[in-house]
Design a protein around this ligand. Structure first.
Ligand code: G3I
Length: 563
């Protein structure tokens, strides 16, 4: 039986209450050999040709037995959380201190672990004596620092890679206006890689950053920089995706796709600083979501041949940078503060072990999706969550378009909602959802929802929209301008721009357009004085957003239609 309703933007939404037919899809891998519950993470990782690592702090490494035992027993790769940074290794010019760095290296050699050096050139944790140098002296200080620090471990087989530059981008993809950039210009990046290659010819040389896990302005800027540097024979061998995630901001479902596009440039990729924080207090439901995030990251790395492995940014919630930086948040690691494993540990373990033991039980069927915020190119969906009792845990959902025998996978989501983008205007979509677990078992399909995208383009012709972050602060930012350009051959008589705000972000004001929201989808319509646009002409509007403290995700999916 069908029921049809109209949503606020005039798009039709229809719910089919009969269960959809099973689609002919074999999207997921068959489960591999069962995991040995007692085997440590490093054993499973090694069997998959990957590393599983942890960032280590020198304090607990020297005075906590449990910390040392887990660091040695569970991980085959380590990164110094702070001990190899500039403020630790060269606090005064020419005065080097390798006590912490050597402790990390010695521990790795004793325990047959590889070390990722972190980090040679960063704007943070770099002493003021460096920051205040004039250009020539600063470049020479950088060369000498890289030469001395990377050179010290060049003959040590445990040291396999370096973060040569760290966090060189702003959120909008422009180069960060750090003291490095302000004093030396963009060339400091290529110089740092060349100096590092000279200091340690055998180490893999990496560029590392945060908020680059999904495909967005920042990760695309990094992609373009890596491609351009390699075209100029600058020795960039590897790209690090920090992956400081938070369950309240959603999982970057295009992580695997993003890793693969970098891999296709010929570089190694690696997850360098994984943690998944939550708003405190912990509870079973948050732990389960966190476990899903960990599992998805490990699975993404396993699925990309060029991904060398995953480093978790710490071992225990007892020692984590998160509560100091994000008050009220924490519990981001796979062991709790008493060194007990959390569901996240099991998720990492089972993913590395090849799935999941003998889980052949699929998750329960998800609820019928509800569609909202339907535009000419996007639609938001949400549905009642599934549960999984087979042991491998709920991993996420696949969203399909029903098209007879060859249904199309429209997207994947780690949570029970998603926004579909890139839809065709003026088109009816029948969409259903299947839950998947960590073993790749798929649930039976939900019932379908049918919606119709609104007309795009229109008689006036097509248009484009791009938004730029003008300024930002801890709790908010301004997007200005959003440039609307008539790319057609006829004059536009009005335009409509849609885009998506990140989860938790809310609109705080706007100008030069009328904005309405539906969930996280924002619709901006031209006003009386800027709707008429000649071919190739452009106009703009702007808006302000409140965001959770420190959450630096940005609006995405700008599309434009007329009227
Ligand atoms: O060692 C001093 C101690 O003597 C002093 O009593 C104490 C008082 O605040 O500070 C201690 O130093 C702290 C240091 O961690 C060691 O615990 C610094 O204040 C603190 O700023 C520093 O934080 C580190 C942070 O980088 C610095 O930006 C975190 O531990 C470390 O986890 C974090 O790691 C970064 C990565 O390098 C790059 N990517 C992001 C990641 C998280 O911010």
């Amino acid at each position: 039986m069908l029921s049809t309703t109209l949503n606020r933007s005039g798009a039709r939404i229809r719910t089919l209450t009969a269960a959809a037919a099973l689609a002919l899809l074999t999207v997921f891998l068959a489960p591999a050999a069962p995991a040995d519950a007692s085997a440590p993470l490093r054993q499973h990782a090694a069997a998959r040709g990957k590393f599983i690592g942890a960032a280590l702090a020198t304090g607990p490494l020297s005075n906590e037995t449990q910390y040392r035992t887990l660091a040695a027993g569970e991980f085959n790769q380590i990164t110094a959380e702070n001990a190899m940074k500039w403020d630790a290794t060269e606090p005064s010019q020419g005065q080097f201190n390798f006590s912490g760095a050597d402790a990390i290296m010695n521990f790795a050699q004793q325990n047959d672990q590889q070390v990722h050096g972190h980090t040679l050139v960063w704007h943070s944790q770099t002493p003021t004596w460096v920051q205040n140098l004039p250009a020539t002296a600063m470049r020479e200080a950088m060369r000498n620092h890289i030469d001395t620090v990377a050179g010290r471990y060049a003959d040590n087989p445990a040291l396999v890679s370096w973060d040569v530059v760290n966090e060189v981008f702003e959120e909008n993809g422009s180069l960060r206006t750090s003291f490095w950039y302000n004093t030396l210009g963009q060339s400091y990046i290529a110089d740092a890689f060349r100096y590092a290659r000279a200091a340690d010819p055998d180490a893999r040389l990496c560029i590392n950053d945060y908020n680059v896990e999904g495909i967005n302005a920042k990760s695309t800027a990094m992609y373009n920089l890596v491609r351009s540097l390699r075209q100029q024979n600058v020795p960039v061998d590897c790209v690090g995706f920090q992956s400081h995630l938070a369950i309240q901001y959603g999982f970057p479902n295009d992580l695997q796709q993003n890793l693969q596009r970098f891999a296709d440039l010929g570089v190694q990729v690696r997850i360098t600083e994984l943690d998944v924080r939550m708003q405190m207090p912990r509870d079973a439901s948050k732990d389960a979501t966190q476990a899903t995030y960990y599992r998805n990251v490990v699975n993404a790395c396993l699925a990309v041949t060029a991904c060398a492995g995953v480093t978790i940014w710490g071992i225990t919630d007892r020692h984590s940078w998160v509560p100091d930086t994000f008050p009220g948040e924490g519990a981001a690691l796979i062991y709790n503060e008493n060194y007990q494993t959390k569901p996240a540990y099991t998720a990492v373990h089972d993913a590395l072990a090849g799935g999941t033991g003998n889980d052949t039980t699929p998750p329960t069927t998800p609820g019928t999706p509800a569609a909202s915020g339907v535009t000419s190119s996007s639609a938001s969906l949400s549905w009642a969550a599934s549960t999984d009792s087979g042991g491998s845990g709920l991993a996420g959902y696949n969203v399909y378009r029903e098209q007879g025998a060859t249904d199309t996978l429209l997207g994947q989501s780690a949570t029970n909602s998603t926004t579909l983008t890139g839809l065709t205007a003026d088109t009816e979509y029948q969409v259903y959802v299947r839950a998947r677990d960590g073993a790749g078992n798929l649930s039976t399909p939900s019932a379908t929802v049918t919606f119709e995208t609104s007309a795009g383009g229109g008689p006036g012709g097509p248009c484009t929209a791009t938004g730029t972050i003008q300024t930002q602060w801890n709790n908010g930012y301004v997007v200005q301008p959003v440039t609307v350009t008539n790319t057609g051959s006829a004059t536009l008589n009005g335009w409509t721009v849609t885009f998506t705000l990140p989860a938790g972000h809310t609109l705080a004001g706007s100008w030069n357009a009328t904005l309405t929201t539906s969930g996280q989808t924002v619709t901006a319509k031209s006003v009386s004085y800027n709707g008429t646009l000649a071919p190739n002409a452009a106009t703009s509007f702007g808006f302000q957003v409140n965001r959770p403290s420190g959450n630096t995700q940005t609006p995405s999916g700008y599309t434009c239609a007329s009227p």
